[in-house]
Design a protein around this ligand. Structure first.
Ligand SMILES: Nc1nc2c(ncn2[C@@H]2O[C@H](COP(=O)(O)OP(=O)(O)OP(=O)(O)O)[C@@H](O)[C@H]2O)c(=O)[nH]1
Ligand SMILES: [Mg+2]
Length: 233
């Protein structure tokens, strides 16, 4: 068994949003710079990749929470994560309403920052991202509404087009990662089942190697924090 303390620190992000808003496209774009047009999945997927943050390698784990099951609040995934990225499509008002619903629930039951981050009181970093700005002619959610919603919930706000590879999507994720104080390796659980390697090894502009995999993750490992009280809507 691998000595987990020997590796780089680990950061876990949950990407949450309605179906078809572009969560999978966004994650794959961020990790590989590639655009995958169709990537529908009925189950959560877990991506693991070593990425540089402030020049230091960090083992990034991203859970792509399937949007097929939005009637169930993703409490387990949020408990598992160090930070959450809420995605909606600017062309789909109902997806904005779902993101709002999740933010409202989180406001009522704020998940705490991990004790392993050095504090028990810090709240979890949150980001709200409006995707598909390339489809501005179909826009249903004005930028101002997204801004106001994020401010009301203490989340950072961005709009981006994953299709157009806009720089804002990288800045959004980078800022979220920077907001997470790096946890110790021992805090959380290992991934249970690796089904195959999908994301190849790439090298970023700073020359740091990125290697990764995608893991089908029908359910996340047991939470390391107490469950969110009354997390269900
Ligand atoms: N025009 C446009 N289409 C996008 C953009 N991002 C994603 N899409 C498309 O939107 C569709 C849904 O993208 P996915 O990444 O599968 O969406 P998802 O949120 O993962 O959906 P689920 O897996 O069902 O929860 C796909 O056809 C993507 O090609 C974007 O920025 N602009
Ligand atoms: Mg998906």
């Amino acid at each position: 068994m691998r000595d987990e303390r020997a590796g780089p620190p680990r950061v876990r992000i949950a990407v949450i949003g309605s179906s078809r808003v572009g969560k999978s496209a966004l994650i794959v774009r961020y990790l590989t710079r590639r655009y995958i047009g169709e990537y529908h999945s009925n189950t959560d997927l877990l991506y693991k990749q070593t990425v540089p943050i402030n020049g230091m390698p960090v083992e990034l784990e991203v859970i792509d929470v399937s949007g097929s099951n939005t009637d169930k609040f993703p409490a387990e995934q949020i408990q598992w994560a160090d930070a959450c990225l809420l995605v909606y499509s600017v062309t789909d008002r109902s997806s904005f309403e779902y993101a709002t619903e999740v933010l409202n629930t989180l406001k009522k039951n704020p998940p705490q920052g991990s004790p392993a981050h050095g504090s028990t009181s810090a709240t979890m970093p949150l980001a709200l991202l409006g995707n598909k700005t390339d489809l501005d002619h179909l826009r249903q959610v004005p930028t101002k509404e997204g801004q106001a919603m994020s401010q009301a919930h203490g989340a950072s706000f961005s709009e981006a087009s994953v299709a157009d590879n806009s720089g804002d999507l990288y800045r959004c994720v980078d800022r979220l990662l920077a907001d997470v104080r790096l946890p110790q390796r021992t805090r959380k659980f290992s991934v249970t089942k690796m089904l195959g390697s999908l994301i190849g090894t790439t090298t970023n502009s700073s020359g740091t190697s990125r290697s990764g995999s995608v893991v089908a993750c029908p359910r996340v490992p047991a939470p390391s924090r107490p469950p969110l009280a009354a997390a269900a809507p």
